[in-house]
Design a protein around this ligand. Structure first.
Ligand code: SF4
Ligand code: SF4
Length: 143
């Protein structure tokens, strides 16, 4: 049986592929078993916005500067006549995680969390109102 030039080329490619497979077979695995295993997010990872109502001074700068108009703040006054936030919410489906709001906030009341699992069944669930934004990020644990 004589081999054609095409057969020789294909055999060469096959051997090359097998060599790569063998080389990686004995290296440590770079994949992880998500979602049961999770990587540490990097320090400057921009996940879902967290808002600290105790720090916020209701200046509304974050809403004003948000390029995606993802932040919606309702303000009012307390008994002493001081401005306060009545409702603060972020629409995660509009947010592009640019970090402008975090940068602009004069009292560091907003930060990015490590939370990235934002898939929901209902569109309205992409709106994170203040109760959902305070405290620890709602990280979903599977199994
Ligand atoms: S990260 Fe950017 S897009 Fe998202 S809420 Fe802040 S300013 Fe708006
Ligand atoms: S910029 Fe900061 S202090 Fe001002 S309304 Fe936004 S979160 Fe509150």
């Amino acid at each position: 049986m004589s081999l054609s030039l095409k057969d020789i080329k294909l055999t060469g490619e096959l051997i090359r592929g097998l060599k790569i497979t063998l080389r990686y077979m004995f290296k440590p695995s770079v994949t992880i078993q998500y979602p049961t295993q999770r990587r540490e997010a990097s320090e400057n990872y921009r996940g879902l916005i967290r808002w600290d109502k105790d720090k916020c001074v209701a200046c509304v700068l974050c809403e004003y500067f948000c390029p995606a108009k993802a932040i919606d703040i309702t303000t009012g006054e307390d008994e002493a006549g001081n401005k306060k936030v009545l409702n603060y919410q972020v629409d995660a489906s509009h947010c592009m995680y640019c970090g402008y709001c975090v940068e602009i906030c004069p009292v560091k009341a907003i930060k990015h969390s490590e939370h990235f699992e934002l898939s929901v069944y209902e569109l309205e669930d992409t709106i994170y109102a203040q109760e959902k934004m305070a405290g620890d990020p709602p990280i979903t644990k599977y199994r």
